[in-house]
Ligand binder design. Structure first.
Ligand code: NI
Length: 254
């Protein structure tokens, strides 16, 4: 049974057939899905999906690209959303230096505020780090009690080892299946399976051989397969371990 630890099923790309796709997942070997919000409305939308499907869980939070123009009480609103029993994490939160629109100082402020909230509520976090590896690592180090996952991990082997030592998990998307993948395969070989999870980041980044198509959780087996090849394990071993890792991190009863 696979656990897709990161998929955005509220997006428009699923408006036509959302129920069809989600309803098919248990029959396709996907037993769990974590749907992270990117702002307040999509965090609520994640909760609505978690209410509708027993195998869907939600994370709530404000993504760095959505940090502009937040209401004054935004953090209270995030905190209120976490009270729902199917909210298992704060996310996705972090830093994105690829898109220049949101000032870095604001991104850091919003990231730190949500890490502090996660610490106070004892919830894990889902971190988005795009081209901001140094600052992301430095900021999570300011919150030694907070644990979670660096999703779609794209940093160095060295930083990966540091994160694992600090108690963090890393999760990997379809990019690890691409022919030109270089860093991620090295990272996967260097970190223990006990800290690795799989994800699609649906509807984005479909794995090979589905590249270019809309991505959904049915493709997450390709990430397990790729990790198995890199680590010299069977797909079943990777599937079982990554699912257990996700259940443990997010506090979900298997
Ligand atoms: Ni995402």
């Amino acid at each position: 049974m696979l656990f897709d630890t990161h998929a955005h099923y509220y997006v428009q790309a699923f408006d036509e057939d959302r129920d069809q796709v989600l309803s098919s997942l248990p029959g396709e070997g996907v037993g769990y899905v974590l749907c992270p919000g990117c702002d307040l409305p999509t965090s609520q939308a994640s909760i609505d999906l978690a209410e509708a499907y027993p195998f869907v869980y939600a994370a709530v939070g404000v993504h760095p690209e959505d940090a502009l123009g937040l209401p004054e009480d935004w953090l209270d609103q995030v905190a209120a959303l976490t009270r729902h029993p199917k909210v298992k994490a704060i996310g996705e939160i972090g830093l994105d230096y690829y898109w220049q629109e949101v000032p870095r100082d604001l991104q850091k402020e919003v990231f730190r505020a949500q890490l502090a909230l996660a610490r106070d509520l004892d919830l894990p976090v889902v971190v988005h780090d795009r081209e901001a590896h140094g600052d992301s690592l430095a900021i999570v180090k300011e919150f030694p009690g907070v644990r979670g996952v660096f999703h779609c991990y794209s940093g160095s082997v060295e930083d990966a080892k540091t994160l694992v030592k600090l108690g963090w998990h890393l999760s990997f998307t379809g990019t690890i299946t691409f022919k030109n993948a270089r860093k991620a395969p090295e990272v996967i070989q260097a970190v223990p399976l006990e800290r690795i999870m799989v994800e699609t980041d649906a509807p984005y980044m479909a794995p090979t051989p589905f590249r270019g198509k809309r991505c959904d959780s049915r493709y997450v087996y390709r990430m397990a397969e790729t990790i198995a090849q890199l680590k010299g394990l069977t797909r079943e071993e990777v599937e079982q371990a990554t699912t257990e890792n996700g259940l443990r991190l997010f506090g979900i009863d298997g």
